[in-house]
Design a binder for this molecule. Sequence first.
Ligand SMILES: Nc1ncnc2c1ncn2[C@@H]1O[C@H](COP(=O)(O)OP(=O)(O)OP(=O)(O)O)[C@@H](O)[C@H]1O
Ligand SMILES: [Mg+2]
Length: 245
Amino acid sequence: MLKGFFITGTDTGVGKTVISAGLVYFLNNLGYRTGAMKPIESGCKIQRFKGLKTNQANTLIPHDGMFLKKIAGMEDSIDLITPIRFKEPLAPFAASKIEGKTINIRRIKSAFSKLSKKYELLIVEGIGGLLVPIKKNYYVLDLAKYIGLPLIVVARPSLGTLNHTMLTVNYAIKEGLQIAGIIINHNKPAENTIAEETNPDILKQISPVPIICIFPYLHNLGNKTIEKTVLQTLNMDTIKKLLYQ
Ligand SMILES: Nc1ncnc2c1ncn2[C@@H]1O[C@H](COP(=O)(O)OP(=O)(O)OP(=O)(O)O)[C@@H](O)[C@H]1O
Ligand SMILES: [Mg+2]
């Protein structure tokens, strides 16, 4: 049976892609054949191909999807890794309305099914947080339920994170999702505030799920730095246990 994690966050921009990339590298390094997916991405760049006049002249390039493809060394088409793409940096439901494109969940399911047959483990990056709407009455939470992999919740360490993290974790539990744990990610340079210093410990005391690790702020976000840091930060036994629990 397919193993892996669904990477969600307390919000957009908390570091889901950085952590997903780190996990892909870590798991590949442990010897698991690991693939990645970012099923829906908005805020894609337009690449124009000269000489073509039809709609095919414009292709949407997903930044997260391309980054994960590169880190995972995947030869699969980006249409499998990020099957749904939008130009506007909005929640999928909003972007689909503005761009006049209907989101076909079956395309995501079919891409996920193909990738799950090919890889031993998959790291699936969610979109924003759990209650980001994809369609009317269909949220990231519903996608996570379908994917069926345990969640890792990426949280920032700064003021406000206790509420955001507890809302995310407790709602996921209430909805019957399995949660592997929380990764506290320093997505900004440390401000050394009292909140930042005390939040990790408070979260450890109040959260119903474990804190997997605290990931530091990296001045250089290149692959090599992420790889080196993840080897220093993640514990092999902890991750193996979370995969097979
Ligand atoms: N550990 C880190 N060290 C340094 N910068 C970081 C780190 N984590 C996140 N960042 C910064 O925060 C930005 C957002 O991170 P990231 O793209 O991983 O967030 P995200 O949760 O995937 O966002 P989205 O919801 O758009 O997918 C990065 O471009 C980077 O500038
Ligand atoms: Mg991302």
